[in-house]
Design a protein. Structure first.
Length: 232
């Protein structure tokens, strides 16, 4: 028998929001605005590739509570610039500031996001659980128009802990008045979203758009968000 869910919790980045596409568009802007070509950075792709490596590593430290948000914001650019032999903290700070201001305005959603949310919203309570920065995530859901479908936004900044810590899921349940066995978590990061939700007693939908993850230990696995309309 189909389980009756009442609350659906979505991850935002790389689940609904095409993070990498928005980031690339932002980098193209920043590269031009700050004349990075004349400063010795040969191309925007090279710049983004180097940044991506530093960002992943620093973001892991941030998630583990070993790095402050304000440091993360500029340091990922500082280290990227250093790869191109540019030692310029002031420029790194400007790039960091521009990045968080511009990227939420580059609206890129995965296919079928809006129609899927429109289908689900009258039937379930929809919420977001994200490790992203509060003000950035608020802006993304507002500018994209997704805010009309979501009741509550739960950020790690507000909860004081980050996914996959089960405490953020407990916090989300409390904030929304949901119970774990009537709740479903939908996310793209196996360790962060899926394992975290499972530990907290929630069912999980693993969104694997490229179909490349070997992980199958989840309640459902989907490649396209519209598949949620068949499950729910
Ligand atoms: Mg994600």
């Amino acid at each position: 028998m189909q389980k009756k869910y009442k609350h659906l919790f979505f991850d935002l980045d790389r689940t609904l929001w095409d993070f990498d596409k928005s980031a690339m568009e932002t980098f193209e802007d920043i590269y031009k605005t700050h004349h990075l070509a004349t400063k010795g950075i040969p191309g925007v792709e090279e710049f983004y590739q180097k940044y991506h490596i530093h960002n992943l590593r620093l973001w892991d430290l941030y998630r583990e509570g070993m790095l402050e948000k304000e440091i993360l914001r500029w340091k990922r650019f500082y280290l990227t610039l250093l790869d191109f032999h540019i030692d310029d903290r002031a420029l790194a700070e400007k790039l960091g500031k521009d990045y968080v201001e511009i990227s939420p305005r580059k609206v890129n959603l995965f296919p079928h996001v809006m129609e899927t949310l429109k289908y689900l919203a009258p039937k379930y309570h929809l919420h977001l659980i994200t490790n992203g920065f509060q003000e950035v995530q608020e802006l993304k859901i507002k500018i994209s128009g997704m805010n009309r479908y979501f009741e509550k936004l739960i950020t790690s900044e507000e909860a004081g802990v980050k996914k996959p810590d089960p405490q953020i899921f407990y916090y989300a349940l409390k904030k929304t008045g949901a119970v774990a066995n009537e709740s479903l978590m939908i996310g793209d990061d196996y360790e962060v979203d899926i394992e975290g939700a499972r530990v907290a007693g929630m069912d999980q939908v693993f969104f694997d758009p490229q179909g490349i993850s070997p992980q199958n230990h989840c309640t459902y696995k989907i490649k396209d968000l519209s598949a949620l309309c068949n499950i729910l």
